[in-house]
Design a protein around this ligand. Structure first.
Ligand SMILES: NC(=O)C1=CN([C@@H]2O[C@H](COP(=O)(O)OP(=O)(O)OC[C@H]3O[C@@H](n4cnc5c(N)ncnc54)[C@H](O)[C@@H]3O)[C@@H](O)[C@H]2O)[C@@H](O)CC1
Ligand SMILES: [K+]
Length: 517
């Protein structure tokens, strides 16, 4: 699913109005009506007080259309205009007049704190104050209004985006943003719903279709995309009856050190379970016995050193290589890594200390093959690209790094974001139970396994991240958030594959429910 920028949304409105020859404020009518339908379906006429707070732009206009429908359907509505400026939009004014036609109870004007209405815990707040048009800091009295919402503990429904969030800039003051229980977002979710610094401003969100021109939506390329089942299904490769293990490649996992052989075990097993035909683990001598015993399906090659990797030397021709899990940063390991990078031509999946070694020895970056996949977590990314002051800057820096070094960055997190040049792909699967030792090793193995099966690197990264998260989502139903182990993710990888062809109960890309375990 595409995530449109603010500019693209405005352009989409314009194109739609032209192509569909819409009368003025028709899109606002659609937006308000859709929100009304959403509420009406759930409330069925219940007389819960609904407080609708409208700004003076089109977001406020949406709120006024909603108010009109709720009023004509007999709901218990109080409408307020948050008087935050003088430039009321044309469509706002049209909607305002239409409200006056259906009720004698005109919207109340709020200008300062003493105007704030009483809101009870069981009331409903509709936040239609600012939408994507927010363009300056929020005044203190409006921050106080947001605080008033929060203090009331009433259910808060935000129209399009929680008021106070910019679509393309970090939050200036955490008190200047509405904390929404639910956000109904028009046409496309907003990038800020997925970034660590801003995702918490709405507990759930849903996309509302207001009939923006289909061709515009189809043909407009976006920098950001959500990756859910629909997007990965075309990547899946069905198997033919006469295929054999040679068709699915030979993955190689290089890593491990004394006390960290388990990481290699997890990654190696994941290579096979993701579908590679064969797998070899290249480990220090001490890894031989545990790997051969615990994973009979894998082949094992060992370094001359007992406890660490000192010389990467193998006589097989792997189709893909994953390097770094449990490898450490011993000087002899760095030397072996450099020598390996100098001779290697196979695309790599680079994880953990193999990323850190690049950060500490930037000249090694030049030796990384084009389209290799780096899978850093927060700290590893910081060492690699430098620190950032906001999520937006982080993504910008990651894009610059990806373009400069021609690599794919898989930034691990609650919503893992794969950065490929200017493109950013946000994954929707996964849960907090997966924040557990070895989870990253499993991801490295899955992506290596997919690369072995001749998926393009970007496909392997996106599909791997999706499957890893989905397997985790299925596994958590059995093991629970606290007790899920990385190995359980591997056990559920098969279910994740099978699940690709099951009809979703609820469109995943449209509803986000954060686990609260
Ligand atoms: N395709 C879509 O998505 C559609 C979106 N619509 C709505 O239109 C909204 C965008 O409308 P607008 O561009 O009018 O913008 P907004 O309604 O988001 O707000 C802009 C208004 O608030 C003022 N303002 C901005 N920042 C302020 C601040 N910090 N303090 C005080 N005043 C401030 C601006 O001067 C302007 O008057 C969307 O968020 C959505 O709700 C719908 O009406 C129609 C279709
Ligand atoms: K809003």
């Amino acid at each position: 699913m595409k995530v449109f920028s603010k500019e693209q949304i405005y352009e989409g409105d314009k194109v739609t109005e032209e192509r569909q020859k819409l009368p003025p404020s028709e899109l606002m009518e659609r937006a308000g009506l859709q929100i009304f339908n959403w509420m009406h379906m759930r409330m069925q006429g219940a007389q819960v007080p609904i407080h609708i707070f409208c700004g003076i732009g089109n977001n406020g206009g949406d709120g006024l259309v909603l108010a009109r429908h709720l009023i004509t359907h007999g709901y218990n509505v109080e409408t307020y205009v948050v008087n935050c400026g003088n430039s009321r939009s044309k469509d706002f004014l049209t909607s305002y007049d239409k409200v006056k036609e259906v009720t004698k109870k005109w919207p109340q004007l709020l200008k300062c704190e003493s105007d704030f209405p009483e809101i009870h815990k069981d009331d409903i707040i509709v936040d239609a104050i600012f939408g994507i048009g927010l363009n300056r800091s929020i005044e203190d009295w409006i921050k106080a209004l947001f605080h008033h919402f929060k203090a009331s503990e009433a259910f808060t429904l935000s129209v399009d985006i929680p008021s106070g969030l910019y679509t393309d800039k970090p939050v200036e003051d955490v008190n200047g943003v509405v904390k929404a229980n639910y956000t109904l977002s028009f046409q496309s979710p907003k990038l800020v719903f997925f970034l660590p610094e801003t995702a918490d401003y709405t507990i759930q969100w849903e996309v509302i279709d207001i009939g923006i021109d289909r061709e515009y939506l189809m043909t407009t390329d976006t920098e950001v995309e959500l990756i859910s089942k629909n997007e990965v299904l075309p990547i899946y490769k069905p198997r033919t009856k006469f295929s054999h293990k040679g068709d699915f490649g030979h993955g190689l996992i290089i890593g491990g050190s004394y006390g960290k052989i388990g990481a290699v075990q997890l990654a190696t097993r994941s290579v096979l379970v993701s579908g590679a035909g064969m797998v070899t683990a290249y480990v220090p001598e001490c890894g031989y016995l545990p790997l051969q015993t615990s994973l009979p399906e894998a082949m094992v090659m060992t370094d001359i050193d007992e406890k660490k990797i000192t010389d990467i030397n193998f006589d097989i021709t792997p189709s893909a290589i994953g390097i770094g899990v449990g490898i450490g940063t011993d000087t002899s390991t760095i030397q072996a890594y450099e020598a390996f990078l100098k001779s290697n031509k196979v695309p790599l999946v680079i994880d953990a200390d193999a990323i850190n070694m690049l950060s500490e020895n930037k000249k090694l970056l030049k030796l990384v093959p084009e389209n290799s996949i780096l899978t850093p977590h927060h700290r590893e990314l910081e060492r690699l690209i430098g620190t950032w002051s906001s999520d937006f800057e982080k993504l910008e820096k990651a894009s610059t790094f990806s373009s400069k070094h021609k690599v794919i960055l898989v930034i691990k997190g609650a919503h893992t974001i794969t950065v490929y040049g200017q493109k950013k792909f946000i994954n929707v699967t996964g849960n907090s139970g997966m924040s557990t030792a070895g989870s990253g090793d499993v991801l490295t193995g899955i992506i290596t396994g997919l690369l072995s099966q001749k998926h393009l690197p970007i496909e392997a990264a996106l599909f791997g991240v999706y499957l890893h998260g989905r397997a985790g989502d299925l596994a958590v139903e059995e093991f629970g958030y606290q007790s899920l182990l990385a190995g359980n993710i591997i056990d559920y990888l098969g279910e994740a594959y099978i699940d690709l062809f099951k009809q979703p109960e609820q469109a995943q890309e449209e509803v986000k429910t954060e686990d609260k375990a």
